[in-house]
Design a binder for this molecule. Structure first.
Ligand code: CO
Length: 214
């Protein structure tokens, strides 16, 4: 018996549903991809990029990692970003975090899980940078929510500072970098009010987002 046969059954039924709407769908898609959006989100199983935005295969280029970070040293994330911007010429880079993020919680509570602790240093840095704001909040729930948001804001900055995004703007390519957050408890996306379309917009947009009242 084939392993995980229910997943193959799901897949066949999904493919036939798509074909019922558009018999040429996969044939057309096999020729090329031309997505407008590049999504950088958390690996969390509750935050499936295409499903929560109602997009079909071919419409969004996706990179996910634990706690949706864009480390300036991570070849994996930076390569995906470079390909999306330079080759696919996406119009939007969406950095999307989520409330209830296990990676962010681990940082807040100083939990140890092994190798992933090293990866979460990137979030630790955000927590240290904004310690004053976080310490000023009333309780752990508020600190948790806010660190999830601050992490998105800092990762938007990180994305904007990459060579890929900087060079795209220098050559006049239309490209916006957005900061969003998703709530797993109501299925809704929220815009953190951070949208950068030119280098000079970064600093004021960042300051506003950092001071932003939730
Ligand atoms: Co997460």
């Amino acid at each position: 018996m084939r392993e995980l046969s229910h997943l193959f059954a799901n897949n066949r039924s999904w493919a036939s549903q798509i074909l019922a709407e558009d018999p040429e769908f996969f044939q057309k898609l096999s020729q090329q991809q031309a997505p407008q959006y590049f999504w950088i989100g958390c690996s969390d199983s509750r935050v499936p990029a295409n499903q929560i935005t109602g997009l079909l295969p071919g419409e969004m280029f996706v990179h996910r990692n634990v706690a949706n970070v864009i480390p300036p040293t991570d070849l994996n994330c930076l390569s995906a970003l470079q390909f999306a911007v330079d080759v696919l010429k996406v119009r939007h880079v969406i950095v999307c975090g989520h409330y209830g993020c296990g990676g962010v919680r681990a940082v807040l509570r100083n939990q140890q899980f092994g190798l992933v602790d090293t990866w979460l240093e990137h979030v630790q840095r955000v927590a240290r940078k904004h310690a004053t704001q976080l310490d000023g909040l009333d309780n752990e729930i508020e600190r948790f929510d806010r660190l999830c948001e601050l992490n998105v804001i800092e990762q938007v900055v990180s994305a904007c500072q990459t060579d890929s995004v900087q060079h795209a703007w220098q050559r006049g390519q239309r490209l916006a970098v957005h900061g969003w957050i998703y709530a797993v408890n109501d299925g809704l996306l929220r815009d953190l009010g951070l949208c950068v379309t030119r280098p000079e917009e970064l600093e004021p947009a960042f300051q506003e987002a950092i001071q932003g009242v939730r």
